[in-house]
Design a protein. Sequence first.
Length: 271
Amino acid sequence: MTDPLHRDLLDLAREAARRAGELLRDGRPADLAVARTKSSPIDVVTEMDIAAEKLITDLISARRPDDGFLGEEGASVEGTSGVRWVIDPLDGTVNYLYGLPTWGVSIAAEQDGETVVGVVAAPMRGETYHAVRGGGAWATGAWEGEQALSCRPAPPLDQALVSTGFNYVARVRAHQAEVAGRIIPLLRDIRRGGSAAIDLCDVACGRLDGYYERGLNPWDYTAGDLIAREAGALTGGRPAQRPSRELTVAAAPGVFEPLQSLLEEFGAWHD
């Protein structure tokens, strides 16, 4: 049975993600991607990002004033309740800028340092993914009701579809491209979705066999990591480590281990 506190945290996270997603979807200027100046569209996206984070933190603080926050756009509050919210108000910023649909709102709740709730809303997909620790992973979408999520049965690595992402720092991105170039021949194929949170949920949904990326922050992966694990995926970083800025990996059992080993062999976690 789900802990009543965790159920309350889930309900609050789902409401906050829904409202922030609606703000971002409905508030995006139609001509954002074709603005004349380079700074103009970026400034608008930043304003939307900050507004979404404020909506989330204001909503949660009004109901749970003693909780802490860690947010991409600067929300940093210690809190005294033992609960901390880890928030990415707009994951997939470049996709949002260009009008691509793969962007989302990611909200996780930690209790005493352990992730207990994760919600990722993907408004342009019309889907929301959520999990409570020990309660499985679920999604709502075009179908009726909530759908239980389960990662795909593991194929051989050479038949696995794996997603990744690339850093904005040119030196790091170049190294990531080298690693991708070495690993592509060993897989079915590779994808680049542009949102770490949604990639992790796609592993949970069985739409990907695996995912890896270097350079992520906690707000990028915390909610999606729980959702993937509750759907039966394995997650981690470098061998025997948790996800981190060095490396984040999620995959079906049977794909996770060889994928993680290759990433370690190829030095995916450093230049």
